[in-house]
Design a protein around this ligand. Structure first.
Ligand code: NAD
Ligand code: DAU
Length: 328
């Protein structure tokens, strides 16, 4: 099977390539990645075929899709804070890029899996007993989540109108190795490894539903193997924690007092809580997460950043300089 992985030099895509190597050795992987600030050749095994190109470039996309049996689409601008500063690459990559890919899979009748986010559903109150399900109405808050919502709706329309063979997954917050230090968990870990302090937006009460990146990627393969075409699947591992709880755990794991963090200015429009109901994925497709305890996965992630300073160090200063400009 020839598998085209868009955005395969990013956090989840690179872990997907590594997971595929380990569990699907028969798959021939080709990565299409523009190597933006978020893409990193060093995240991929050295012998993986990498085409450096833009998912919104119809010519390169057509050529690569024509030579594939399956496309797994991760390529995106992925960081909410950046989307508040400059939304334009988000519209281009997330919306126009997905459109470009859809036209190519339509022309060549190639199976597509579109990787999306729980943020398309907006947010929940802290005490809401409900969680996001496949039927929850879309209500995105940020330019990032609006462009991901747009890309999901394009996929749904191409399935219905043109019979494109596609599935969609909407996953919660991922953590693990190879995640850019702009994101919450790696930013705090690398601050601590540098002798600095974690930075919590607002009051730290916002809740995210954490899943290990390998569990996400195993779920993507489960959907590719057994998912119903045209369907959407929620992916989540019951990992709800407030940001403050995560920071306290990281402080404990690195031997610091539990209150040694800074509260900084909040993100405009900051979604309060995400929570996933993954019943469909678990009952219909039989997926179960392997990282049953967030605390263990987090400890392994701290160790990954301790062991891989050469990977993250080149990103750190520029990232912190960007945050300093925002007062965070
Ligand atoms: P990331 O920012 O780490 O990686 C994105 C990758 O896409 C990078 O390698 C980048 O170079 C590449 N890219 C950007 N623009 C491109 C373009 N125009 N053409 C080709 N490649 C381009 O993001 P991530 O966290 O790995 O997220 C991957 C996907 O998963 C995204 O679609 C995101 O919406 C989705 N997702 C992420 C999470 C999460 O917690 N990180 C959760 C759910 C869903
Ligand atoms: O829910 C899935 C989404 O999760 C993905 O679609 C996005 O691509 C991914 O970036 C992530 O979005 P978030 O905005 O939830 O992730 P982020 O890592 O930016 O922030 C997580 C939480 O931590 C959020 O409530 C903001 C907060 N935060 C973030 C940073 C960087 C802090 O308190 N301090 C920080 O320094």
């Amino acid at each position: 099977m020839r598998v085209l992985v868009t955005g395969g030099a990013g956090f989840i895509g690179a872990n997907f390539v590594r997971w595929t190597r380990a569990h699907r050795p028969e798959a021939q992987v080709v990565v299409l990645d523009a190597l933006t600030y978020a893409g990193n050749r060093a995240s991929l095994p050295g012998d993986v075929e990498l085409v450096v190109g833009d998912v919104a470039d119809a010519e390169v996309v057509d050529r690569l899709v024509a030579a594939s049996d399956l496309v797994v689409h991760f390529a995106a601008e992925s960081h909410n804070d950046n989307s508040l500063h400059d939304p334009s690459p988000f519209v281009r990559t997330n919306v126009v890029g997905t459109f470009t890919l859809l036209e190519a899979v339509r022309r060549h009748d190639v199976r597509l899996h579109h990787v999306s986010t729980d943020e398309v559903y907006g947010d929940l109150a802290l005490d809401d007993p409900d969680r996001f399900r496949e039927s929850t109405p879309y209500n995105p808050s940020s330019p990032y989540s609006a462009t991901k919502a747009g890309s999901d709706l394009l996929v749904r329309a191409w399935v219905r109108s043109f019979g494109v063979r596609a599935t969609i997954s909407n996953c919660s917050n991922n953590y693990g190795g190879y995640q850019h230090v702009e994101k919450f968990i790696p930013r705090q870990i690398t601050n601590l490894l540098d002798g600095g302090r974690p930075k919590l937006y607002g009051t730290g009460e916002n809740v995210r539903d954490w899943i290990h990146v390998d569990d996400h990627n195993a779920a993507v393969w489960t959907i590719v193997d057994r998912g119903r075409l045209g369907e959407t699947y929620m992916i989540g591992a019951d990992g709800e924690r407030s940001n403050r709880e995560v920071v306290e755990l990281l402080l404990e794991l690195t031997g610091r007092p539990r209150d040694a963090y800074d509260l900084v200015s909040d993100r405009p429009g900051h979604d309060l809580r995400y929570a996933i109901d993954a019943t469909r994925l678990r009952t219909e497709l039989g997926w179960v997460p392997e990282y049953a305890h967030f605390e263990d996965g987090l400890a392994a992630t701290v160790q990954w950043y301790r062991d891989n300073e050469a990977w993250w160090r080149p990103q750190k200063d520029a990232t912190e300089a960007k945050y300093a400009q925002l007062g965070r």
